[in-house]
Design a protein around this ligand. Structure first.
Ligand code: HSE
Length: 435
């Protein structure tokens, strides 16, 4: 079969890992696919850095356009990141009728519709497996393995930094800030951690999965996003006592009423498989109407796990080129009819609440009455022995399903009753994850 030439833009951690994998695993991939893949050029502004392996000098350049405009290169791999220059280079490559592979989640989440349209207009492929959950082939699973399935739920642990921090907080009973600092010193967490710990990295991935699962353009701004910064070891301990573990989850749900997407810390049962995804590992649970529940587990980041996904996309693009095709495996980016969007306040959720109540006769009854007035029923309640007469004592309440709007209104009312409840109130979603 004819050789397919590849050019890489960006030789950072993932770019260098991709170059290394292409060179080292080239013979294996050729044996498996019959297609010789050649890394023809690789561009990076800093060619003096240590790439972690011997990269042939003659393929290196500092000029991205030299890669894009090389007439022999059919596949351009964008591994620069960000939504600035990366977007321009991806559009340039698509306009030059090159298939593009990228791992850029922010770019796909913010400009996916425009980029997909550019790929379609130029009759080339745009692949992005590595943008979601690193080495886990979740996009391939959704597009191919589960093609027969209306998707009813996706529930993913898709940020290794957050999962690492939450695992250590639970195991060692220590504060978020302490683990974050150590994780930064060890190089597990970024010096500027907000993209990870405030939930935005997970949200980018959730938007991409939502597009694929539900086929509707979704704006990142419409997704409620809450990170792990505010999680108190006390809540981690309380969750454990109740038989749950706190995980940062992307939750995508679809029913006959419509679909919803959110990123938030959620209490899930300790014995559920997702609960047992520890440290920096990722996992994605997908519920399909035909297949029922499926679960995908692996490394969501890192030089070679991410390269594994990038190279799989390169092979897919090369297979299309060898068959003189594009979009051989279609991606429904615009479903018709589109499902309705369920606004965050109309979603039905169970809640874990931690309130500080005045230690006085009738306090609990008043809180229960307030929740009841919004149709919120209590399923369990924990108050440890406390003889601090007249002070404020912690009470943990778990509720039945209620709309998020009802819970928010009840808590807003309670916040107006400082003689009864302290203003600091904690609420997390609680999910049994039953299919
Ligand atoms: N920073 C991400 C994580 C990996 O911690 O999982 C890239 O999305």
């Amino acid at each position: 079969m004819k050789t397919v030439n590849v050019g890489i833009l960006g030789l950072g951690t993932v770019g260098a890992g991709t170059a290394e994998t292409l060179l080292k695993q080239g013979p294996l991939m050729e044996a498996r696919t019959g297609i010789p893949l050649v890394l023809k050029k690789a561009a990076d502004l800093d060619l003096g850095r240590d790439f972690g392996f011997e990269i042939p000098k003659e393929i290196l350049t500092t000029d991205a356009q030299e890669v894009i405009n090389d007439p022999d290169i059919q596949i351009v791999v964008e591994l620069i990141g960000g939504t600035g220059i990366a977007k321009k280079l991806v559009l340039d490559a698509l306009a030059a009728k090159k298939s593009v592979v990228t791992a850029n989640k922010a770019l796909l989440a913010e400009h996916g519709t425009e980029l997909m349209a550019a790929a379609e207009a130029n009759g080339v492929d745009l692949f992005f497996e590595a943008a979601v959950a690193g080495g886990i082939p979740i996009i391939k699973a959704l597009r191919e393995g589960l093609v027969a399935n209306p998707i009813t739920r996706i529930c993913g642990i898709m940020n290794g930094t957050c999962n690492y921090i939450l695992t250590r907080m639970e195991r060692e009973g220590i504060d978020f800030e302490v683990v974050l600092k150590e994780a930064q010193e060890l190089g597990y967490a970024e010096a500027e951690p907000s993209l990870d710990v405030d939930g935005w990295d997970t949200a980018h991935k959730a938007v991409i999965l939502s597009q694929i699962a539900f086929g509707v353009p979704l704006n990142l701004e419409d997704v409620p996003v809450d990170g792990i910064r505010g999680i108190d070891p006390e809540d981690v301990k309380n969750a454990k006592e109740l038989g749950y573990r706190i995980k940062l989850l992307a939750m995508l749900d679809q029913s006959e009423k419509g679909y919803s997407v959110g990123v938030q810390p959620v209490l899930i049962p300790m014995d559920h498989m997702l609960s047992n995804v520890h440290m920096s590992f990722n996992a994605v649970l997908v519920d399909g109407e035909v297949v029922d529940e499926t679960l995908y587990y692996g490394r969501g980041a890192g030089r070679l796990p991410t390269a594994s996904a990038v190279v799989a996309d390169i092979v897919d693009a090369a297979r299309d080129l060898s068959g003189d095709a594009h979009a051989r495996i279609p991606l429904s980016w615009n479903a018709n009819p589109a499902p309705a969007w369920i606004p965050p306040e109309e979603r039905l959720e169970r809640s874990y609440l931690r309130l500080f109540l005045k230690n006085a006769p009738g306090s609990l009854a008043k809180v229960a009455e307030k929740l009841g007035s919004y149709g919120i029923s209590i399923t369990s309640l924990v108050q440890h022995e406390n003889d601090e007469e007249g002070g404020f004592v912690p009470v943990v309440i778990v509720t039945h399903v209620a709309t998020v709007g009802a819970i928010q209104s009840a808590l807003a009312d309670l916040a107006e009753m400082p003689h009864l409840v302290e203003p600091r109130m904690v609420r997390y979603r609680l999910e049994e994850l039953n299919s």
